[in-house]
Write a protein that binds this ligand. Structure first.
Ligand code: ZN
Length: 408
């Protein structure tokens, strides 16, 4: 992974924003946030966030120390200064004295410390940024780092890979407890310039926007090298029917089977195919390697944890295909209910189960289908399905192969 930092672009942004009354530090914060957000290997729709500790003036003209941190509803790739609302830093830091804090109280408190009451909610990871020492902090759910972290011996692998540069934080559910623990670990490792949060993501700190960003790129590059980026993966192909039923014949069957809600509303399909997708879905072992699970919750919310693998549709045998697909969908729905039950027992508070239908279908011979309530959701599922598929394969094999998830 290459640094995309350009001193010229950075200075141009500083100049442009200066004319609009935005300070240098926030302008540079916007610049590198966009660099991170525009790389899908680092940040997927809504995942990841950044911050800068700087000064701002309140309505009375008094200068206050603030944390400008990504606000919810903004995409890092095209963020603007209002997408990094200023929160009073001293008040946030005082929260460290508490033993516990519920998510609801945390969000409410954070809102109360905004300099502009109309600003968006600060990121749910705001306290991590506030408690950590760096001036500029970058956070991503890098797929390469997670491909290492998500292994059975992931923690040991991370420690070996990053040594003293990044301290490793054991898995804790995001929230107040994680922010506190991460800050303690950062204090115990003053030489580290970042943290890897096991099974979650990576933080890098810097005195400047460039330093924090380039430390992120360096760490992710190290993870990519460990995974052997660029090595070719060969999938042994399965035997396919001589003649396939066309997608136009099978799509209506699948839309009917996967319709949601009491009114049986069909989802929108986004069908994708290219030689790499075909090699993957036509693999003899697709039913095994496609089911290892995704690397981040950013994927889960779009694609669910695994795609549904269907049989290759043979021309003239649509009834048999429909029967197999019906059973496959029923199996998926059943396992989704069980997955929800199992995890709901462990979760605090009552959770609401989502519709149990898959969001990515793998159809040997044809490719993959991303599904969603809107065309946009379907496209995102299709795109992430691809990235997720490659990752799943790499993760599952635990080997050093795999393709860089780049699909735009
Ligand atoms: Zn995160």
């Amino acid at each position: 992974m290459q640094s995309k930092w350009s001193a010229r672009d950075a200075e141009r942004m500083v100049k442009d924003y200066k004319a609009k009354g935005i300070g240098r530090e926030l302008a540079l914060r916007v610049y590198t946030t966009r660099l991170l957000g525009q790389d899908p290997a680092l940040v997927l729709h809504g995942g990841g966030n950044t911050s800068v500790k700087t000064k701002a003036r309140d309505l009375l003209g008094e200068e206050v120390d603030v944390l400008c941190v990504k606000g919810s509803g903004w995409d890092m790739g095209n963020i603007e200064p209002p997408g990094l609302p200023a929160v009073r830093l001293a008040a946030l830091r005082k929260l460290q004295a508490l033993d516990r804090l519920s998510d609801e109280d945390m969000v409410n408190f954070q809102r109360g410390q905004l300099l502009d009451a109309n600003a968006p909610n600060p990121s749910v990871e705001t306290l991590l940024h506030a408690f950590l020492p760096g001036k500029f902090i970058d956070h991503t759910h890098s797929t390469s780092v997670l491909a290492i972290s998500d292994q059975a011996d992931g923690e040991a692998r991370l420690k070996k890979l990053f040594g003293a540069a990044l301290a490793v934080v054991p898995y804790i559910m995001p929230g107040f407890a994680l922010a506190k623990r991460a800050a303690e670990i950062a204090r115990a490792h003053p030489k580290a310039h970042g943290l890897v949060l096991h099974k979650h993501g990576i933080f890098t700190f810097g005195d400047s926007a460039q330093q924090a960003y380039e430390r992120m790129i360096a760490a992710v590059s190290r993870a990519e090298a460990a995974l052997g980026r660029g090595r070719k993966t060969v999938f042994a192909p399965a035997k396919l029917p001589k003649k396939l039923a066309p997608i136009a014949e099978i799509a209506p069957i699948l839309r009917g089977l996967t319709a949601i809600g009491p009114r049986r509303r069909p989802l929108i399909f986004d069908v994708r195919s290219n030689p790499k997708i075909l090699a993957y879905v036509n693999g003899r072992e697709v039913a095994r390697y496609s089911q290892a699970g995704v690397v981040t919750p950013d994927h889960t919310i779009r694609t669910k944890n695994s795609p549904l693998v269907l049989a290759a549709p043979e021309a003239g045998k649509l009834a048999a295909f429909a029967e197999q697909a019906k059973n496959a969908v029923a199996g998926f729905v059943d396992s989704y209910h069980r997955y929800f039950e199992r995890n709901n027992k462990k979760a605090e508070g009552k959770k609401k189960e989502l519709d149990p239908m898959p969001r990515v279908l793998l159809v040997p011979g044809h490719g993959l289908i991303g599904m969603g309530k809107t065309a946009k959701d379907a496209a995102i599922a299709a795109r992430q399905g691809r990235a997720g598929d490659r990752r799943r394969q790499r993760h599952r094999r635990g080997d050093r192969r795999g393709l860089r998830p780049r699909w735009r």
